[in-house]
Design a protein around this ligand. Structure first.
Ligand code: GTP
Ligand code: SPV
Ligand code: MN
Length: 581
């Protein structure tokens, strides 16, 4: 096959010459092609067929034990000037990066098939959507892209019509962490990734394109590429509004996006538009509009069950690809938090004895098409997206951050987002549970200098006639025994209800130095089994601790030197002042 786009054809020819695959396969995105890939992977052991009676069309992929999460220390942004990548990114000069990568890619596909995968991020007819092509030697990556993106013929046609696309060159190489790099060349709309077959390292449409490259593009084009879920919230009166929420990796986006109303709040309904990535653009009407560029989910498996995430759990019994879960004796997938069955083999395929850590890897994941989600919203296909009424930032903080508070205005909201901190999780390699700054949940994903990014956020706000209100939430506050104080999951709807009422100006907030908190009587806690004083603690602001926090935020901002927007500095100063009073 070939394409009428000369740039694409030349790039494919070049990669073919360099990587020397045995054959080249252009993906058309058909069901037949998908089934063929699955069969081939079952035959060579890349995939294991799970119990087809209980889990029709479900498969398990066991990745290399050194390749189970994103590797941030091997991820680089290669701009000409280091300052443009900023202190928030690893940087390498483009020339040096290409020399290193050329050596690694040389002949790396010998004996393998090279797949050419055109994909579209966003509804295929949306002006907000953008296309890309991933070249990969991993049929597992291709199968994931089929579920996660609008992939194949239609995307190629859009590329040929528009002429512009992001290039992603990927090879699993020899899977050695010593020869693993995920490099971005935003000026060339190019990604080169080698040595990993896992998630965000290898499905280049996702974090590499839809966040790192897209955020860079968005800055010059006047939009935002964010690590956010999008949900539709339908109130008992039938009115729907849309909310975008940004939490760091493995901090609750998928769960909130698919929330099911608990029994006592049956009048409400949540619709899922996206669970991980959101592209936002000011509309002509002065509102902020959002699309989900993805078409599927790559979600955290452990902890998922009928109570925590009913809708996700319902998707996991057919047409799902699992990565690094355990299996039961009758070959059903199993993970920590699953209520039935017991593990027979752990995620590495070894007999599970109980003494050797969890049976499923803590970052075990599922891949499924969005259409399989019972709460999937038709609006996800709307070319112009949905208008956003509220933006929520959040993190995993055992202390300090209250359950919910509202920023005073857009600029204050940008400061709230820029100062998000969260405990690290298993979604990236390295220590778990360490608090680090993760502004807008974008620390691993912003393709340029954070200082410029915050400036861009301020500019976007200035263009909006009806800017969304900005909130901060924390589901993860712990008591002195180390137990979560807030029940979380479905009960988070109580917080969404308050947010909705604030958006509609139906309730007033309670002023505090960090923003508006709910008055105790405005947060619905009927029927909740909260420890005595828990609500007061969840809604309290400790000025002493917050003064210290403002010092830490200041130290963090100082790294960005003169590039830090003055407005952000002022907003910080004003809050520190309010805390000192
Ligand atoms: P990425 O896909 O990595 O970007 O993560 P995500 O933000 O979509 O995270 P996800 O919703 O998959 O949640 C990850 C973990 O957080 C799981 O272990 C959940 O059980 C836990 N979690 C989610 N929501 C809540 C909550 O409200 N309270 C508590 N305590 N845990 C939660
Ligand atoms: C995350 O780590 O934020 C994810 C999973 O959503 S990955 O696709 O691996 O980045
Ligand atoms: Mn994510």
């Amino acid at each position: 096959m070939s394409t009428s786009n000369a740039e694409l054809q030349a790039w494919i020819n070049q990669v073919t010459r360099d990587c020397r695959p045995d054959s080249v396969h252009w993906c058309d995105g058909s069901e037949q092609e998908y089934q063929g890939l699955l069969e081939r992977m079952v035959a060579d052991g890349t995939l294991l067929k799970l119990n087809q009676e209980t889990h029709p069309d479900c498969y398990l992929h066991r990745s290399d034990p050194t390749d189970v999460a994103r590797t941030e220390h091997l991820t680089f942004v290669c701009t000409q000037e280091q300052e443009d990548a900023g202190p928030n990114n690893n940087w390498m000069a483009p020339g040096e990066a290409h020399v290193k990568l050329d050596k690694l890619f040389d002949g790396c596909m010998e004996g393998r098939t090279m797949y050419v995968v055109p994909y579209c991020m966003g509804p295929i007819d949306s002006p907000l959507a953008r296309c890309g092509v991933e070249i990969t030697d991993s049929p597992y990556v291709v199968a994931n892209l089929r579920l996660m993106t609008r992939m194949g013929q239609a995307a190629l046609q859009r590329i040929e019509r528009e002429g512009r696309f992001v290039k992603g060159q990927h090879s699993i190489g020899d899977l050695s962490p010593e020869r693993r790099f995920i490099m971005h060349f935003p000026d060339d709309l190019l990604i080169r990734s080698i040595g990993s077959g896992y998630g965000g390292n290898a499905l280049l449409s996702k974090k590499c394109h839809a966040l790192r490259i897209a955020s860079y593009q968005a800055r010059t084009e006047g939009w935002l590429a964010e690590h956010m879920l999008i949900l539709g919230l339908e109130a008992p009166n039938g009115k729907r509004c849309y909310v975008a929420a940004s939490f760091p990796s493995a901090c609750g986006k998928t769960n909130l996006a698919m929330l099911r109303a608990p029994l006592h709040m049956q009048g409400y309904k949540i619709f899922t538009i996206g669970d991980d990535i959101c592209w936002l653009q000011p509309g002509e009407d002065g509102r902020l509009w959002a699309i989900n560029p993805e078409a599927g989910f790559f979600g955290v498996v452990p902890g998922t069950n009928e109570d925590t995430n009913y809708n996700a759990y319902a998707m996991l019994n057919r047409d799902a690809l699992f990565a690094n879960v355990a299996v039961t004796a009758d070959n059903q997938p199993w993970w920590e938090g699953k209520k039935d069955g017991k593990p027979s083999l752990d995620w590495k395929g070894n007999p599970y004895t109980g003494g050797n850590g969890p049976a499923a890897h803590p970052n075990a994941r599922f891949t499924v098409s969005m259409r399989r989600c019972p709460s999937y919203a038709e609006e996800a296909e709307h070319p112009r997206g949905v208008p956003i009424s509220a933006i929520i930032f959040g993190g995993r903080r055992a202390r300090l951050a209250p359950l919910v508070y509202e920023a005073r205005d857009w600029a204050h909201g940008v400061m709230v987002g820029a100062s998000v901190a969260s405990e690290t999780t298993a979604a990236q390699t390295g220590a778990v549970g360490v608090v680090r700054r993760d502004p807008m949940a974008m620390k691993p994903f912003c393709g340029y200098n954070f200082a410029d990014y915050w400036g861009h956020w301020l500019n976007i706000g200035a263009q909006l006639k009806q800017p969304p209100k900005i909130f901060h939430v924390n589901w993860f506050r712990k008591d002195s025994d180390g137990k979560f104080m807030w029940p979380g999951f479905g009960e988070n709807l109580r917080v969404l209800e308050w947010i909705l009422q604030r958006c509609e100006e139906k309730v007033a907030g309670r002023e505090s130095p960090i923003g508006l908190l709910p008055k105790a009587e405005d947060l619905n806690v009927d029927g909740l089994d909260l420890a005595p004083d828990a609500l007061a603690a969840l809604l309290s602001v400790d000025s002493g601790e917050w003064r210290e926090e403002m010092e830490h935020i200041n130290e963090y901002f100082t790294q960005y030197g003169a590039r830090l927007p003055e407005r952000l500095r002022e907003t910080h100063r004003a809050q520190a002042g309010r805390l000192a009073d």
